[in-house]
Design a binder for this molecule. Sequence first.
Ligand SMILES: *Cc1c(COP(=O)(O)O)cnc(C)c1O
Length: 484
Amino acid sequence: MRRADSDGTEDRVSDGTGIGSDLGGTDGERAARRDQAVRAAVEGGLLGPDAPVVGLLDVTGIRESAAALRAAFEAVTAPGTPVLHAFAVKATPLVPVLRLLDEEGVGAEVASPGELALARAAGVPPERTVLDSPAKTPGELREALALGIALNADNPQELERIDALVKSSGGPSSPLGIRVNPQVGGGSIEALSTATATSKFGVALRDEGAREWVVRAYLDRPWLTRLHAHTGSQGIPLTLMAQGVRETYTLAEEINERAGRRQVDTLDIGGGLPVNFSSDATTPTYAEYARVLREAVPGLFDGRYGLVTEFGRSLLAKHGTVVARVEYAKSAGGRAVAVTHAGVQVATRTVYAPGAWPLRIAAYDGKGRPKEGPAVVQDVAGPACFAGDLLAVGRSLPLLEQGDYAAALDTGAYYFAHHYAYNSLARPGVYGFGPDGAGGLAFAVVREPQTVEEIVAESGGPHASDLTALRPAPRHEGAAGAGS
Ligand SMILES: *Cc1c(COP(=O)(O)O)cnc(C)c1O
């Protein structure tokens, strides 16, 4: 029996008090695995004076989140409903992660030629890949159709390009849909709110004439069989996300009614489940969101529609940790400052928008053990040469000293995999940790640390003299105007 109470593994009660608390359940086990991994990384030399910053990924946790996602939707959908969970590759664009998720039954949502190439390199099959970029070039559209990858047109001009490609190939080879913006409103983070009145994504459904245009687009094109909206993100309440899905469902019903058949057979409800960055508790859970959806849009789950989801942050964030060595500990204006190797290059959003993206910091000693001691108000700084390069300001933690380690938690999505090359700081190595099969912990390379040679090469090294070669033509002796 698949019932709502057979929730995913994440749906456990926890006290939510944060680091060091007795969370119990999978959340507590994840926190314990993280401590174990930091210690093992220091002991094994992955982290140390010559490798002062790394990203760590918890393979067990990633598998658990994927299983929780599958279970949550299985619990609310009619038996036999086709459901494709496609991981939003932009959240953690690392090939081994995509392969791991694929093995866990989660495909890929891609939004650029690079992301598509990563998904293909990971072996994600075309039928489990969805292309959603707002700026697809003719070449990208052609490639996606040639591969049979599902895609959602963002706007009328893109649909015209698809029309031409479908016509020239004698019919569509991919499931095709249109992305709409239900304009249900934004959340607490403006830059991440996709469903505001003026959002750049999709066809703005409440604009004058837009709804009728969408319906006609379907009636004129029997091969349009999907409808897509992605309205959630960090800072968006579940009920607002569900409202966006409901508007999309209602539109699909209207299209099918007017078409006199079940033309739209699949609804792509996007991703955007928010993540709790303030403790180790996983909240909200996929199971909660699935229940909210079933309340708000019961018809979505009765088996008449196939479903596509595109979760990113919620699958990976809590399974990643960036750990950085404290190079120096100093004091300025009476404030303790730990100068570490993790700053704007690995935590760009937090450094530039600290109010929207606060991160928990955990302190470890030089042996990688959780640091004990009275809490001291301190700044945790990064290595970049601008004053605002701070991971945390005025944070109460056991005093970080030279040779200790500071870990920025919940950074598995949109952090260390999103390197920002300020000060030509090298991309850190990323390692996954999981069971070694003998009761211990093993590491696997996800991404090698970048070398300075690689930095030079990608910073124009091979073109060192190409600029100085651009000079005016030499003046010739005896030419007019010369030789006075
Ligand atoms: C970014 C994005 C997602 C994933 O969002 P998360 O907040 O990481 O879950 C899904 N679909 C689309 C179209 C996106 O742009």
